[in-house]
Design a protein around this ligand. Structure first.
Ligand SMILES: [Zn+2]
Length: 176
């Protein structure tokens, strides 16, 4: 099965915190995720436009995603950011009914690894990437880059973050 992995933002256009940058952390998590999917026999396509700026990246990502009509789902990788250094935890955004199923499957694992958010999944009707992609799509916030613990986990143990997401995807695909 083909799974699309979107590295959120262009280089330098996302959030920063604790000496890290969002695109950089998401690139490493995305690389691990691709390896996990491929190791179990799935096809994984990483979509990334690091040089296009934020708006350019979004438009190009949606366009590229919609070229893959055979993809079973797509996942955008992000890191959250807050004024309060205490804000922590992962969560997953969706817009469609199938997206909600995928979001809940992923959040079950991602939020066990990265706890702290009261709402583990959030419907976000206004998010460009959720609105403009045809495959089932979710956006994973892999913890807060502004939180020391979350940032250290994403930076130091990206494979664990990727494994949590991959487990959720696997559960979702079993329900197809
Ligand atoms: Zn982001």
């Amino acid at each position: 099965m083909k799974i699309l992995i979107d590295i959120g933002h262009a280089e330098g256009s996302g959030a920063r915190g604790n000496g890290c940058e969002e695109h950089e952390l998401c690139t490493v998590i995305g690389r691990e995720l691709k390896a996990i999917f491929e190791a179990r026999g799935d096809e994984a396509v990483v979509i990334d436009f690091p040089d296009r700026g934020n708006a350019g990246d979004l438009a190009a990502t949606a366009q590229e995603a919609n070229r893959h009509g055979d993809a079973v789902c797509g996942i955008s990788l992000h890191m959250d950011c807050a004024e309060s250094a205490g804000a922590r935890g992962g969560h997953v955004c969706y817009v469609s009914a199938r997206g909600k199923e995928l979001a809940e499957a992923i959040a079950g694992h991602l939020c066990a690894l990265l706890p702290g958010r009261a709402e583990r999944t959030v419907k976000r009707s206004g998010l460009y990437i959720l609105k403009h992609t045809r495959p089932v799509w979710v956006l994973c916030e892999c913890g807060f880059i502004s939180n020391v613990g979350d940032c250290a986990l994403a930076k130091g143990r990206p494979r664990e973050v990727a494994l949590a997401i991959a487990r959720g995807v696997q559960e979702f695909l079993r329900t197809e």
